[in-house]
Design a protein around this ligand. Sequence first.
Ligand SMILES: NC(=O)C1=CN([C@@H]2O[C@H](COP(=O)(O)OP(=O)(O)OC[C@H]3O[C@@H](n4cnc5c(N)ncnc54)[C@H](OP(=O)(O)O)[C@@H]3O)[C@@H](O)[C@H]2O)[C@@H](O)CC1
Ligand SMILES: [K+]
Length: 482
Amino acid sequence: MRGAWTSARVRAAEEPVLAATPEGALMRRAAFGVAVQAAELLAEHTGAVSGRRVALLVGVGNNGGDALWAGVFLRRRGVAVTAVLLDAERTHPAGLGALRRAGGRTATGTVAAAALEHADVVLDGIVGLAARGPLRAKAAELVEHVSAPILAVDMPSGVDPDTGVTSGPHIRAERTVTFGARKPVHLLNPAVCGSVHLVDLGLELDSPDVYALDAVDVGLHWPVPGLADDKYTQGVAGIAAGSSTYPGAAVLAAGAAVLATAGMVRYVGPAAEAVRAQWPEVVATGSVADAGRVQSWVAGPGIGTGSEGRDTLERVLADGVPVCVDADGINLLARSPTLFDARDPATPLVLTPHDREFARLVGDPGSDRVGAARRAAVDLRSVVLLKGNTTIVAAPDGRVLANVARGSWLATAGSGDVLSGLVGALLASGMDPWLAAGCSAWLHSLAGELAARGAPTSASGILAAIPEALRGIRVQQAHREY
Ligand SMILES: NC(=O)C1=CN([C@@H]2O[C@H](COP(=O)(O)OP(=O)(O)OC[C@H]3O[C@@H](n4cnc5c(N)ncnc54)[C@H](OP(=O)(O)O)[C@@H]3O)[C@@H](O)[C@H]2O)[C@@H](O)CC1
Ligand SMILES: [K+]
């Protein structure tokens, strides 16, 4: 799993390393990494390094210092380097001196605009860890002149390092070179960072503030039956979803659970006939009381917010197994918070709201979605999976992971029902509920991409792509193992 640490924690971890290294050594190391990536970018876009033009956007702090030192290293490879200083008086003195000695130029006014317009690559050293808010007017005006690919130093300027939120003009980088550790922006808003490269500074950091999964992580954790397993040992997922008027949610959630693992699936609710017709392997009955034993429940998709849905949810919550509550189930909890009391406090609960459901439950998530999901997870003693372009999964113990959507095809009716079925199947297998929710979000997103292949898809399409998505991650994991 990749991890990211907040700017405050990275700064704290830097202190002892700074104290133990000669002055400026860390900055030169960071800057060397920037120069290597800048040279690669030049070669990629122009076919050469020597003789090409790089412009540096230099702010008043150490981020600007990094850019200046990167300019020094690029000069040594024959690159023409021009530094555009946002405030000449407050520019990093050692970096500026070194660049001038290396034959780099500085530019202001119309010369600066021309340097930015004619550059082959631009380095963004406007602001790093100390960033607050969007780009200021002068920086934003200069950035208007850039059409070349941008390499961000540490992180794209104008973007919040800890939330990834943009609230005005900001840099959109093709590449980012970061130092010591990834910051949350790199996992939460990769669209503004481009590809992220990490320069090791030897920082000591413990558990990350935000995690992200990759294909190998998901492949490693996804349950695979052993030779001694049977349909029961792999977990029985119970699906309480749908209504006679709206059987679709039941068919989709049950189908996702069928395809996710080799365990068994039971369905309870008024859409039993439709579920059986589509998924003959599902054991379908009318009520929770008749369902038989399950190792997890999914409750909510399409059950309505009437008394029938409420009774179902109450029974499921009291069943003593992990539960995933989605859609109408969340609306029922929001309307009657006392329903939470039905739950055995030791039993994991996973809630999968989108923003409006989240708002009904605990209030508007606002722009700091990580903070909002983390607080909700603690307050509700539940894993909270907050859906969005970047889906956040927060556990009551403080762990948070982010899953960035691959395109926007998942925003289609019934897509959430498929996700809840995946979560239910993984919960039934006994997986840690935070990981179950995270792996489900990751696989759901991959299935969405595979189903869409560049054109709109449907929830049924996403469902049908689950086996292909699972085969893909199994192959990646096998490559890692052997
Ligand atoms: N510590 C180390 O040894 C190492 C550090 N390293 C590097 O140092 C960087 C951190 O440097 P830093 O702390 O000097 O601050 P930095 O991010 O450059 O900001 C400077 C000033 O910009 C301003 N400003 C704020 N917001 C703004 C905005 N939106 N738009 C425009 N301007 C804005 C604000 O100044 P103000 O004008 O408010 O006084 C702020 O103080 C770090 O990211 C990494 O690159 C690496 O070399 C590795 C070793
Ligand atoms: K930057």
